[in-house]
Design a binder for this molecule. Sequence first.
Ligand code: SF4
Length: 623
Amino acid sequence: MSFNGKILKVDLTSSEVKVEEQPESFYRRYQGGHGIGLYYLLKESKHDVDALEPENPLIFAPGLLTGLRAPAVPRYVVISKSPLTGALGKSEAGGYWGPELKKAGFDALVITGSSKAPVYLLIRDDKVEIKDAGHLWGSETGPVQEKLREELGDKGTQVVQIGPAGEKGVLYANIVNNLAHFNGRNGLGAVMGSKNLKAIAVRGSGKLKAKNEERLKEIFRWTAGQVKEHPLSSMLHKHGTPAGIKTVNAQGGLPTNNFELGVFEGAEELASEDYSLKPKGCYACPVVCKRVVEVNEDDIVVDKMYGGPEYETLAALGSNCGIGDLKVVAKVNEICNRNTLDTITLGMTISFAMKCFEEGIIGPDDTDGMELKFGNKDVLIPLVEKIIKREGIGDLLALGSKKAAEKFGPESKKYLVESKGQEAPMHDPRVKTGLGLQYALSINGADHWFAQHDPFFAAEDGFGVIEMAGLGLTEAVDPLDTGMAKVRLIYYTSVLNSVYDLLGVCVFGYVARSLIPLNFLLDQVVAATGWKTSWFELMKAGERAMAMAREFNRRQGLEQEADKLSESFYRPLAKGPFAGKITLKEEDLNDAVEKYYALAGWNKSGGVSRNKLEELGLGWLVQ
Ligand code: SF4
């Protein structure tokens, strides 16, 4: 089976360690990933808890297929209440840690309470220990991983951890495994830091055994054989996500100068492969799409141990701050990885401060004398270091752009680019309106993986239309459309992406973004579990997880009013092919949000109706 039937629960206040057993029916209903994570979050948390209080649970949950030798399913989710948004905090990562937890015999880890002194958790199969981490506290991620593996005498130990930004409570600190795979968003590293939990080291000697190993092997062999043939996966394999910089710039939607411009003259340099070494990948993934970057110049050295900047980082800290110097952006990426900072919120918070500086809303007295102007690459590294240490202006910017705007004053708010208090990723809804719907509806704030992206469905022969015809998405939809065709596209594919998260799927391995088709994914679930299941049942499981997430936000007081975009998205871009054109209107977007509620069976205030909860087998939430 692809699951163990065991959930590990650790209370850091009482040092109690328990194992809860779950029957097969539990996995059929909640599957894995955010399904299991949300089940425990809703069961174990109080609705009015502050995200940084000990009572806020922090849950790690690999997907249903994670840990098998199935292609591109290495992912696990971390779930909690987010300190950045006050909404659901949810972020997935690939790498190696999730599969190792499954091999140690657990399908999820639920952490509650808070330790008085720094600790780390050591899981070696069923032996679980809470250990002193006083000697690790304050250290960056590379040395911590090295030290733990040395102390444990086992180079194969998988370490998930926080760096100094998480310890200091930067509200967008993230969590990393293997130094280069991030639960990047929503500030979950700050939650881990608030628990005085530095790291979780895992080693498992077990092996998950699928019901039908042969079918999994067949699909694995097919994937490995096709990676270099398929146009999307071969592009990812050869160039990684940084290739997106040139494509998105050519489309006129590359976030530049705090989302004011859609094109950036330094795009070519940001996309350059001058410093790239050979690609690296995740557990059991033949796509191997991750970049490793090394710089050895007189002025800048970048350590390859920390991977390399992805598309999101290159745009957030590069074009979006007006900076086209690849070495500088790669260096800041390395600093973020050593200290565990979300590069998207970091870049967006800096670009927001730059815009406020250029508009005269703040001045050198507010910025410790720094000239926060777009394109000023000299301020980037010192500013990031101040944020990590929470010194001077860095202490305010450590709270993210929305909280910084409270201090900068009302005039600054029109330059925010966010939803639910989380800064937008590097995709502009003014050139693909489906992203606007995603940002508004995403339960954990602006998120670009809530659903699939518009360009894949722009033409009859687009990858999305061909590959997702089986879901009923048989027609092309204009990237600027906001009518029912777009709402249906976003609704169906948001449920699909929820299924991806339940199973541990990486979007860069599967359609529409890559090569593995939907029928192979269903085959893998059948092969892994032996269930006589179907896409209908999987999509219902996806809906169920979305309903639980929605219910969590409702309990935090977040309903329709939270499903909005900041006003900057409704202003036209100032440069590029869309310059001066209004392509997204607030009334159209709000109308599309209401249509989505109707398709999802949610009520007018965006809550999940009682009937819908009952239908999904979530009657226990009604009480
Ligand atoms: S496609 Fe890339 S990111 Fe996804 S699992 Fe494979 S190597 Fe990791």
